[in-house]
Design a protein around this ligand. Sequence first.
Ligand code: VGL
Ligand code: ZN
Length: 221
Amino acid sequence: MAYGAQDCLLVIDVQYDFMPGGALAVPHGDEVVPVINRLAQAFEHVVLTQDWHPAGHASFATSHVGAAPYQTIMLPYGEQVLWPDHCVQETRGAALHADLRIPHARMVIRKGHHASVDSYSAFLEADRTTRTGLAGYLREHGVRRVVCVGLATDYCVAWSALDARAAGFDAVVVEDACRAIDLNGSLALAWQDLAEAGVRRTTSDELLSGAGTQNPWLPES
Ligand code: VGL
Ligand code: ZN
């Protein structure tokens, strides 16, 4: 394994509702699965997240009279994009993609489970106060760097990477192991925010490329 105890691959929301044909389809979302499977083999430590909403969740347009999906409204904790109903607890759409091959992953963080608060981030809910416990878990395991992949680049992946940084971890986003929703320029804005926060952007080839070369991602030997 190229990456040991100090590195964690964070696999975000690879669920059927984000796949083509799903309730909140991310274009080409299914293409991340083989890339993530290849990456996961190089990581001893993998954590998965699962968007996990109760029916009637505050982030669903159907929960607000007269609202439409992809519109933004104000909730008590701030602006919230409204989405089609998605990743409802225990539905098939909320299930992790069956083609993921990561048997050694032993931690799944379910997020967005509070009915009135969304959570794009794997670390901190949208009220920016309620913690998921992931930072503590990673620290207890000696993790220092979080490598983010999955769906969607401009929402759950970006927010997770930014919060990883804010929690004191090094953070990396693997561009070709993610796909975006890209709503009103959200993807360009996300890359800008990530760069400003010091989140590094890389590719799976670069992450996996050979020992012996000057690979900045491989631990020093
Ligand atoms: C996500 C919107 C709503 C994501 C989750 O996984 O990026 N986006 N819920
Ligand atoms: Zn969601």
